[in-house]
Design a protein around this ligand. Structure first.
Ligand code: SF4
Length: 366
């Protein structure tokens, strides 16, 4: 059994660590790139969203490298993601690949779902080994997210543009190579320290821009035109509330006990949208309302044809809480150059707005 998963940011790092510890033959597809998107889009049914196309591209590239067991996230929610596994398996078979696409049952069965999945692909490894491998994968995930949070703060104020990005990619690769807790701890501390010492403009008061929208495009930079890096380059500090380590903590361990991290966001959205509409549409509206006084602006990432985000996009202009919102549709038909022009114009608008208000920074909540 040769196992692979589609990419979504750095999610491959914990999976690779976990499978390596369990002796599972893990095939890593190339990091998402233009070819991935082109291949995925070419073989996708018309009208599907970029998460479908990108993950299909990843699965095809993994199959090209010999993977025969492909793990695909799925959901039981209102969006069509729940159907993707079967459709993608059919597409792969039509292309001549003898593969099995397994839906990760994490939405329905949470922690038990992922344990069951790991047990199957590891050929019934004992529970203690599965738990130990899972714990190590989680530790890597937390380390990467910790570093990324700091990178978001350094990017806008660094004196030499690109330093934080370089450190970040070196940190991810160093974390990927660690094989015990001691080296993971050392590498994480090392890179956190490097980032703390990046020479920065001490007088800068960067604009604060929230990035919200659909889960996949928020976390897969290639699918959303590297928007966070580009905002950092323009001197903007990005705030994003979605991190995979947080999602894992709540979804696997706390949600089953009734602790819902999204309750606050849902409450904020309720005057305008009363219920879940699938995907992350409810949360997108709530984030705008909740952070209207903290952020200078909001970038809303919406996959083209994604109904939940289309609904959110249409509700946002009518909220009482006013804050400039730039919705960016993510799709293979949209060119990065055009997106960057819009982003620059948006940042320009926010700067003028801040100057007009006396240069005051928004109330910042860490
Ligand atoms: S939420 Fe939207 S973009 Fe995400 S899988 Fe569902 S339809 Fe596609």
């Amino acid at each position: 059994m040769r196992v692979s998963i589609p990419h979504m940011g750095n999610i491959y790092v914990p999976f690779k660590a976990m499978f390596l510890r369990l002796g599972v033959d893990f095939v890593m597809a190339p990091i998402s790139n233009q070819r991935t998107l082109s291949v995925g889009a070419r073989h996708s049914p018309e009208g599907l969203c970029i998460p479908f196309k990108m993950t299909l591209g990843n699965l095809i590239e993994a199959a090209e490298q010999g993977a025969d067991t492909l793990l695909m996230p799925g959901g039981y929610g209102i969006c069509r993601l729940g159907y993707y596994t079967r459709v993608q398996e059919q597409v792969l078979r039509n292309l001549g690949y003898d593969v099995q696409v397994i839906q990760m049952g994490v939405s329905e069965r949470k922690f038990l779902g992922i344990l069951d999945l790991i047990r199957k692909v590891s050929g019934n490894a004992p529970l203690h080994r599965i738990l130990s491998a899972f714990r190590f994968g989680l530790a890597k995930l937390r380390a990467i997210d910790r570093i990324e949070r700091l990178v978001q703060k350094v990017r806008p104020v660094e004196l030499v543009k690109g330093t934080a990005n370089q450190l970040y990619s070196r940190a991810v690769s160093a974390i990927d190579k660690t094989d015990d807790y001691a080296s993971l701890k050392r590498v994480t501390a090392e890179y956190l320290q490097h980032l703390e010492h990046v020479p920065r403009d001490e007088h800068a008061e960067p604009l604060i821009v929230g990035v919200t929208g659909e889960f996949y495009v928020l976390l897969e930079p290639f699918s959303s035109f590297d928007i966070e890096q580009e905002l950092g380059r323009l001197g903007v500090e990005v705030r994003r509330s979605t991190f995979v380590s947080d999602w894992t903590k709540f979804s696997f361990f706390l949600n089953p006990f009734g602790i819902n991290e999204k309750s606050r966001i849902h409450r904020a959205a309720r005057p305008y949208l009363k219920r879940d509409i699938g995907g992350d549409g409810w949360e997108s509206v709530g984030e705008k309302v909740l952070h209207a006084t903290e952020y200078d602006g909001l970038v809303h990432l919406a996959p083209f044809t994604c109904m939940p985000e289309i609904i959110a996009q249409n509700i946002m202009p009518s909220t009482r809480e006013k804050i400039p919102v730039l919705t960016i549709l993510c799709d293979e038909q949209i060119g990065k150059a055009g997106v960057l022009t819009r982003l620059e114009a948006f940042v320009d608008l926010l700067e003028r707005k801040r100057r007009a208000s006396g240069g005051r920074r928004r109330a910042v909540v860490a």
